[in-house]
Design a protein around this ligand. Structure first.
Ligand code: HSE
Length: 442
């Protein structure tokens, strides 16, 4: 490839992101050519069918299979926008790297599961594997970690990495609605997928966190190391209690250095209303990084959508056109350390607990005793006698009836708290399963 010759790209997948990329290249092709010193030429496309949104936007040569496009002598860069962590996406990306083609992908699931293997293949073949669009859509966090923050030791990377769940939690908080009702409405409006599992159960955010942790801490991407909890169990009662106590509840993804390892988790988390992340609402994403020299930086923006994601894909293609290269996860793959599964038993922090306590003499005293036995100090205890009729609050009434009690603990270890809650349940003072939400100081 000579510097002034076009960079020839092959695009596999012409759905939302692929058609966004075609629009971007059509509108900004000349300006990009000037910035790169060479044009970007679409040398081939393929998609599931010619009915895909982008198929009618280009007259580029059509390929029947992604694997065929991936190894075509007519392309320099294979742009994988199909999705999926196996099958055609995995096979075609491997084939492209093996054939000495650069790869640009938006596929977080693929990289979270096979990132180390694919990065090694890219290195062996001296080609790029770029994935800015795989984490938080239009937010340039991959480049920020790969380039701008390299002078720092990163101690924590965290954020709101799933727009669908953030939209649902925002509506629940503002309108006091239960999870199921907001989800059904979001599905009817097309905001949430018919199968919302990956969004609301945390896998999508965990895929992204896996990549952030690899970049921030020099570890091999390991999706299985992330502790995962989704948002289905959060109730309007939790939002109301959080609001009264000065907190918001978000599905937070956090990877932080801890002891000799890394704790990575995606879970509903309470954070002070005053923190910057607490006001990131609706479908917006945000990513924050704590670095030893830079301090805290926070990037907020659209985490999905045709144009923002295309913007990220284009930046990766432009990097290749300009000859900017480096190992996909900053360090050579052989130097990436392995990352073991996060052990939440050893997590330390404050906790929110909501119990439905049988309202009878000695109940609170017995609960406090179980907490004290585990050396857990309580910051606040609120018995909601006048609790509203909200799901999760129960219906207080006569002595003996279940009454909501909300507690905030001082910093404690999670195994001690779980032991205390087990004893409290066994003692028979509470109805149902206690609600427990970690509090994160941000
Ligand atoms: N479904 C994701 C979200 C976007 O709701 O944020 C793609 O990862």
């Amino acid at each position: 490839m000579k510097a002034h010759e076009p960079l020839r790209i092959g695009i596999a997948g012409l759905g939302t992101v692929g058609s966004g990329l075609l629009h971007l290249l059509a509108g900004h092709g000349e300006a990009i050519a000037e910035k790169c010193g060479r044009p970007i030429a679409i040398a081939g496309v393929c998609a599931k069918s010619r009915e895909e949104p982008g198929a009618k936007l280009t007259g580029a040569p059509w390929f029947d299979s992604p694997a065929g496009l991936a190894v075509s002598a007519d392309i320099d860069v294979f742009v994988e926008l199909m999705g999926g962590d196996k099958g055609p996406a995995l096979e075609s990306v491997k084939a492209a790297l093996g054939a000495g083609k650069h790869v640009v992908t938006a596929n977080k699931a693929l990289l979270a599961k096979h990132g180390a293997e694919l990065a090694a293949l890219a290195e062996e073949n001296c080609v790029s594997l770029n994935f800015e669009a795989a984490v938080a859509g239009g937010i340039p966090i991959v480049k920020t970690l790969r380039e701008s923050l390299l002078g720092n030791t990163v101690t924590r990377v965290y954020g709101i990495l799933n727009g669908t769940s953030n939209y649902i939690l925002t509506r629940m908080q503002r309108e006091g609605l239960p999870f199921g009702e907001v989800l059904a409405e979001a599905q009817a409006l097309g905001y949430a997928e018919a199968d919302p599992t990956f969004d609301v159960d945390g896998q999508d955010a965990a895929h992204k966190l896996t990549l952030l942790a690899a970049l921030a801490f020099g570890v091999r991407p390991n999706f299985d190391a992330v502790h995962l909890e989704g948002i289905r169990g959060i109730t309007p009662a939790d939002f109301q209690a959080a609001d009264e106590l000065g907190y918001r509840i978000k599905l937070l993804a956090v990877a932080a250095k801890k002891g000799g390892g890394i704790e990575a988790r995606v879970s509903p988390t309470m954070m002070p209303k005053s923190s910057a992340l607490a006001s990131v609402d609706g479908v917006l994403n945000c990513v924050a990084v704590d670095g030893d020299f830079v301090g805290q930086i926070i990037l907020v923006g659209p985490g999905a959508g045709s144009r923002p994601t295309a913007s990220a894909v284009a930046s990766d293609i432009i990097d290749i056109a300009r000859g900017h290269m480096g190992p996909p996860f900053i360090l050579p793959t052989a130097k990436l350390e392995s990352q073991s599964r996060s052990q939440m038993q050893t997590h330390e922090g404050g906790y929110y607990i909501r119990l439905s306590v049988y309202d009878r003499p000695g109940a609170i005293a017995a609960i406090a005793t179980r907490m004290a036995e585990q050396r857990i100090s309580l910051e606040s205890v609120v018995q909601k006698r006048d609790a509203p009729d909200l799901p999760g609050f129960g219906r207080p009434g006569q002595e003996g009836d279940p009454t909501p009690v909300v507690m905030i603990t001082h910093r404690t270890r999670e195994d001690q708290l779980r032991n205390a809650l087990d004893s409290i349940v066994k003692d028979g003072h509470v109805q149902g399963v206690p609600q427990m939400i970690r509090i994160e100081a941000l």
